[in-house]
Write a protein that binds this ligand. Sequence first.
Ligand code: ATP
Ligand code: MG
Ligand code: MG
Ligand code: MG
Length: 484
Amino acid sequence: MTAAEIRQQFLDFFASKGHHIVPSAPIVVKNDPTLLFTNAGMNQFKDIFLGNKPAPYKRVADTQKCLRVSGKHNDLEEVGIDTYHHTMFEMLGNWSFGDYFKEEAIAWSWELLTDVYKLPKDRLYVTVFEGDKAEGLEPDSEAMAFWKKHISEDRILLGNKKDNFWEMGDTGPCGPCSEIHVDCRSEEERASVPGKDLVNNDHPQVIEIWNNVFMQFNRLKDGSLESLPAKHVDTGMGFERLVRVLQGKQSNYDTDVFTPVIRATEKLCGKQYTNSDTGKADIAFRVIADHIRAICFTIADGQLPANNGAGYVIRRILRRAVRYYFSFLDVKKPLLHELVPVLAEQFGNVFPELQQQVDFVKKVVFEEENSFLRTLDSGLGRIEAITGATTSAAKPVIEGKTAFELFDTYGFPIDLTNLIATEKGYAVDMEGFEAEMKKQKDRSRAATELDMGDWTLLDEQPSGIFTGYTELTADAKVLKYRKI
Ligand code: ATP
Ligand code: MG
Ligand code: MG
Ligand code: MG
């Protein structure tokens, strides 16, 4: 089954259960000061759960573009190193707004995985909330009873508050959740160590695929819980992980979600992806295949790379990818922009906003790459000079001043400096770096205000649905963004 068919089957399945299929919300969040990027399918329904907005439909399903690179969910450090955490990923989801609850949600997730997708039942484990006495939370005996109708008891595992109780924030809707994990190890490995010992244990072949959240409480300001009058279901399944499991691959990067971009990268750099866990070149292939998606979909949703806020997150991701091809694939000229049309074509039917702006996105990415490549080599040389010198320190340190110089003169985001330092066995004096940053901020308040002006301008897009740039405004925006 192709990835496109797998996605379609998910949507068709929930449509057949009375769900209205809605489009993905933009990956960039404009009207929520607590969130820069969409990091879960439920974000666009937050006001419904909070009771601020009526639900347009009682049952909804979709695939949502998510980004987990900042705030509470930040998976950036794992990306490329492991094979199942991405920066940008699709979260398939189904929701009940005060309609069906645990029994149907559990039955349907089981039906979809085992009847429709035909996943072997002896590869699956589910988790159920074990309760938390100190918090006055009961075990989720309802979910337990419903699961027992479908799966043998030894495959139902109890989970703690960290993994199996979901809260939107300090106050508001919350409730227990039940997750589904898949054991993709070989038969031999499964015989020697039971899969249940590896669930939620960062094992690369025993991975979580689906989270079913049952919102049944409201947490009040004093910390107490009251029952919600209407109970909701909120689920999220990692699309790339599902595809990997169904296509019988060991890594998300071996599925047809990622192979078109990896093949294109091979052509561009004249090297082969060999799928090793730790080889630097292979990590670079994975980082590029991952990061280009985050970059493209974020720009297509209206967020340009910039020196601050959400725009800086994108610039950081882009520079990280550039450093990986420069250092480990030996590519010294812009490469990422060449991958934009590959993604645009691949996702033309799912997220057409990229195809609609493909030339614009390509141009922005090219400019960004070009500008960082102008200083990258000298910056890397600067780090080499420091880390290449002999030192007697057990844990040598790159000084705050140097890290700041790398940031200010060579455009190295601090997390990039940290990454390279770690590779070389160095630490970075973060306090010193922060102090230098503060000094600079004090020096250039006027310039910061100018940045804010530009930021406001980007936000002056007419509110409502983002329909893409015209060539003219696209050019105007590139000019504006060059000025920053
Ligand atoms: P994990 O424990 O693997 O980090 P999670 O518990 O943080 O996942 P949830 O917040 O429950 O994830 O999100 C629902 C689903 O989204 C997960 O079951 C998983 O399939 C998928 N998912 C979460 N984070 C990522 C990511 N960084 N890349 C790809 N898929 C992800
Ligand atoms: Mg996580
Ligand atoms: Mg988890
Ligand atoms: Mg989870």
